[in-house]
Ligand binder design. Structure first.
Ligand code: ME8
Length: 681
């Protein structure tokens, strides 16, 4: 019997369409599922949509739709997006499905049966963030003036004033959860997140409100309230149950064979924003119901754009993953390789669990260095060499050239390949794709060096009898690489294996006794009909940028500078005389405060010290490029004699110099500290 591997993504809210953050979670889960399928594990992969709750009800209302109409419109768009992005062999669950509703109802009854005192009626008073669908204490919020704000959604929370509610006795589970985490260090990963939850649990838990009466869009609580109130189950209790309900038989029974077989192996891949729900609430519900716990909660960090979390509520951060993949499809092999390039960047750039700032510079840099140069060159050079010399020197293993020894490049290459297959598998098993790719690329580097070192073209000239063996080593390296990249770069792997003539099932290349090349079938390499990843030159980079962030209002800002710094074209502005220039009073200023201006997405209100009696109030159109906090203390150059004018209802007494036309790319800078007010000429 093969080992079960069960990976889940968060189920996404249907109040908007998928963005890059959702795609990231789904693609990472897909890569793990692909890896385990290659290893022959009994793999299940679940994603889906979270369709109940106040947020969805409010969004529907705003759009003049019923909640059901809204969810029926948006849920398929997630499924379609995953199909377009070539996410493989997943189950798609919707929390409005009859089976799911039945399972949630059964879970409630099971908790009632196993731990009757765990659910009780009381009244809830406190803060609620509709964006998070979560209850908060004031210590978990920030105050803006008189308004309490959610730190994730940066919007006001609402006060729930004594709403009658069913409560779940969460407080009872702090100790059992701490004991479970201690006994199972792999329960919360990576480590930093385990520590966060341990300290949260150690500070004690408050009981949790698990029903709402002030709106109706949810699964009804399956028992009567003596006060006659109608309750719907708290959306998180409903949503978390999806991981279990997909495994249940059609009648919603909690005791089916699949649940028993897969659920204890479940790895819930989630964003760090929803860690507490998964690492505290969900296992507490399961313990209360007497059901097994999942194996791991695996938290990813956040992708940001210029430090701001990519999210539905921040249009300036939204990047459409499909547009991005399409734009990256620059070679002759189309969208599938564009998807691969996007997957590669996201999974290589940032170790799982860490936050990462999405930048086009980073993306283009990885594309050119790792995909076009390292991998692309290796493929092109190897296949061209094989095609050219194979007729006279068939690529065949010849043991007389393969003796052990550090001096022997053939032996060395295979030893490194063997080792790489092992360590890359270990990193995928450890759920560390960035490290897996890093190690894989080291081998790609060595294979490139092998070509430089052995110089097959020179071997051909000198009729070296080892040439066939050298070509076989190269071909086997490519084959091993093609298999190892498959979890993250499935289409690239498929294309490459096709060129190598291997159309068999893509399994993980298992080495035996230091040999991994021996397993490569005798392949006939076909030369490629074009580069898989053509280098992105500046015009191409500009085209990709335009396609992804183009003219969409409020779209993510352009990069601070192109990957290979473009010289900006000379602006067509009339010449001025020195006297004209002398009319400008430019001075060094130090930013002493910077705040956002409500309802003005592009503007910041700065106070800048120019060495005068009072700081200048300056309104600057740089909000899309700079967070206010990041500006405080920085030196800027100010046009100090610009006539004051009113902007956004505030006086602006000068202008700070910034680079960029439409989008701000940077602020004027000085190379050392200069007293505020110093004249700039
Ligand atoms: O929270 N960077 O749904 P959701 C990385 N319905 N990942 C991101 C991200 C970003 N900027 N933004 C979103 C919900 N994600 C609930 C989940 S599960 C029982 C219920 C990813 O639509 C990340 O995985 O807000 C995060 O946890 C998830 O999308 C949240 O999606």
């Amino acid at each position: 019997m093969s080992t079960p591997f069960y990976i889940t993504t968060p189920i996404y809210y249907v109040n908007d369409v998928p963005h890059l953050g959702h795609a990231y979670a789904t693609m990472v889960a897909d890569a793990f599922a692909r890896f385990h399928r290659m290893r022959g594990d009994d793999t299940r992969f679940l994603t889906g949509t979270d369709e109940h709750g106040q947020k969805v009800e409010e969004t529907a209302k705003k759009r003049n739709l019923t909640p059901q109409q809204l969810v029926d419109e948006v849920a398929p768009r997630f499924d379609e997006a995953w199909k377009t992005l070539d996410i493989a062999d997943y189950n798609f669950i919707r929390t409005t499905s009859e089976k799911h509703k039945q399972v949630v109802t059964n879970l409630w009854h099971r908790i009632r049966r196993e731990s009757p005192e765990d659910l009780y009626l009381a009244s809830y008073q406190g803060w609620y963030c509709v964006g998070c669908e979560a209850f908060y204490t004031e210590s978990q919020l920030v105050k803006d003036g008189e308004t309490w704000m959610c730190t994730t959604h940066k919007r006001p929370v609402e006060f729930i004033d004594k709403e009658r509610s069913w409560f779940f006795k969460l407080s009872k589970y702090a100790e059992p959860l701490l004991a479970h985490i201690k006994a199972h260090p792999e329960f919360i990963r990576p480590d930093a997140y385990r520590k966060e939850i341990v300290s949260f649990l150690e500070s004690g838990l408050r009981d949790l409100s698990v029903s709402r009466t002030s709106f109706a869009w949810g699964i009804p609580v399956p028992e009567a309230d003596p006060d006659g109130m109608k309750h719907v189950i708290y959306v998180w209790m409903d949503a978390l149950t999806n991981y279990y309900s997909d495994l249940c038989p059609p009648d919603g029974s909690l005791d089916g064979a699949d649940a028993k077989n897969y659920f204890p192996h479940a790895i819930h891949l989630i964003g760090k924003d929803i860690l507490r729900f998964h690492a505290v609430y969900w296992p507490a519900f399961l313990l209360s119901a007497g059901l097994p716990l999942p194996k791991s909660i695996l938290a990813t960090g956040w992708w940001t754009v210029r430090g701001e979390k990519i999210s539905k509520s921040m249009p300036a951060t939204r990047i459409d993953p499909i547009k991005l993949a399409q734009a990256l499809a620059v070679g002759p092999f189309g969208m599938p390789l564009g998807i691969d390039a996007m997957r590669y960047y996201l999974m290589r750039e940032v170790p799982l669990g860490n936050d990462g700032d999405f930048t086009f510079e980073g993306l283009f840099g990885r594309f050119n260095a790792d995909l076009a140069n390292d991998l692309g060159n290796l493929v092109n050079r190897s296949l061209t060499l094989i095609a050219k010399f194979a007729a006279d020197h068939p690529p065949v293993r010849d043991d007389q050239f393969h003796s052990d020894g550090h001096e022997n490049p053939y032996w060395q290459l295979e030893v490194h390949a063997f080792e790489t297959v092992r360590v890359v598998a270990r990193e995928f098993e450890a759920l560390a794709p960035s490290r897996a790719l890093e190690l894989l690329w080291r081998f790609i580097g060595q294979a490139n060096r092998f070509i430089d070192q052995t110089q097959p073209w020179a071997m051909a000239r000198s009729k070296d009898p080892a040439l066939g063996h050298a070509l076989w080593c190269l071909q086997s390296s490519l084959w091993t690489i093609a298999r190892m990249i498959a979890p993250v770069l499935p289409a690239t792997s498929h294309t490459l294996l096709g060129w190598l003539g291997d159309t068999g099932p893509v399994t993980w290349p298992e080495g035996v006794d230091g040999r991994v090349f021996t397993q490569a079938p005798q392949l006939t390499a076909q030369p490629p009909s074009g580069a898989m990843f053509p280098r992105l030159d500046e015009p191409m980079q500009a085209k990709i940028l335009a396609a992804v962030i183009g003219d969409e209002p409020g779209a993510a800002p352009a990069p601070a500078k192109p990957a290979e710094s473009a010289k900006p074209a000379a602006p067509a502005v009339a010449q001025i005389t020195f006297d004209d220039f002398a009319k400008l009073e430019l001075r060094v200023g130090k930013v002493i405060s910077a705040v956002a201006i409500p309802k003005k997405d592009k503007l910041l209100h700065l106070h800048v010290d120019l060495g005068e009696a009072k700081p200048r109030s300056i309104i600057a159109g740089i909000a899309e490029a700079y967070k206010p906090d990041a500006l405080v203390g920085s030196q800027v150059i100010v046009v100090a004699n610009l006539a004051p004018r009113k902007m956004a209802g505030l006086m602006s007494e000068g202008m700070i110099l910034a680079a960029g036309d439409e989008a701000i790319l940077g602020l004027s800078a000085l190379d050392r500290d200069v007293p505020p007010g110093t004249r700039v000429r």
